[in-house]
Design a protein around this ligand. Sequence first.
Ligand SMILES: Nc1ncnc2c1ncn2[C@@H]1O[C@H](COP(=O)(O)OP(=O)(O)O)[C@@H](O)[C@H]1O
Ligand SMILES: O=P(O)(O)OC[C@H]1O[C@H](OP(=O)(O)OP(=O)(O)O)[C@H](O)[C@@H]1O
Length: 203
Amino acid sequence: MAGRLIYLMGPSGSGKDTVLQGVADLLAGSAYLAPRIVTRPLTPTEPSCVSVSLSEFEHMESCGLLAMAWRANGLAYGVFNDINDHLLAGWDVLLNGSRAYLHEARQRYPDLLPVLLTVEPALLRQRLQDRGREDAEEVSRRLERNARFCRELDEDSKGAPVLVVDNSNEVDHAIQTLYAYLKQSDASERPGLHDTFNYRHTA
Ligand SMILES: Nc1ncnc2c1ncn2[C@@H]1O[C@H](COP(=O)(O)OP(=O)(O)O)[C@@H](O)[C@H]1O
Ligand SMILES: O=P(O)(O)OC[C@H]1O[C@H](OP(=O)(O)OP(=O)(O)O)[C@H](O)[C@@H]1O
């Protein structure tokens, strides 16, 4: 039986890595947290990432080692092909994806489960600043990228179905919300997504 591909998106700093780690811990034994490959140095709080140079990334890409690859924030990101083995073996695969790449990801994996993590804008700025990974200019660029996405989504209320989970409160709340959703939907069926990008999941 094939597992589910859970494609978590959201602005930089919204808590994707934190929520993915929390859900992966709760689903231990049945879920695989796909390492994300990125062309920048890592911080100690990113155990599920692999840092490579751009030339290494391009080499892996041209050799067909990556299941998905995209560019954003002046960086290249991807995930290894081993997610396919895990899916075939019936594991749920959790990954930190990109909103801009969602369309292509869906073409590659039509049954993927898209989840959008949201956070109030003021909190997002604060989290990016507190995280301290990017300088002020990079933080501003990420906030502007997010504002652009929000404007575009407001203009297009006909987005494809996506589960929206808010992470403006305690992170455990977002982790439990996503975990509960995954537990209640049968792994053998395509989960019943019930709204679009503009939907706010308040459970
Ligand atoms: N609900 C939350 N409340 C407070 N801080 C949070 C919450 N979720 C995540 N964080 C913190 O916000 C920062 C960004 O989280 P991270 O998981 O790195 O985001 P992303 O992967 O989306 O860039 C981290 O310092 C993380 O510890
Ligand atoms: O198209 P977008 O939805 O804006 O996404 C672009 C990239 O940024 C996000 O990563 P993250 O927030 O971790 O970026 P960073 O590691 O470079 O901060 C996301 O996981 C994508 O890899």
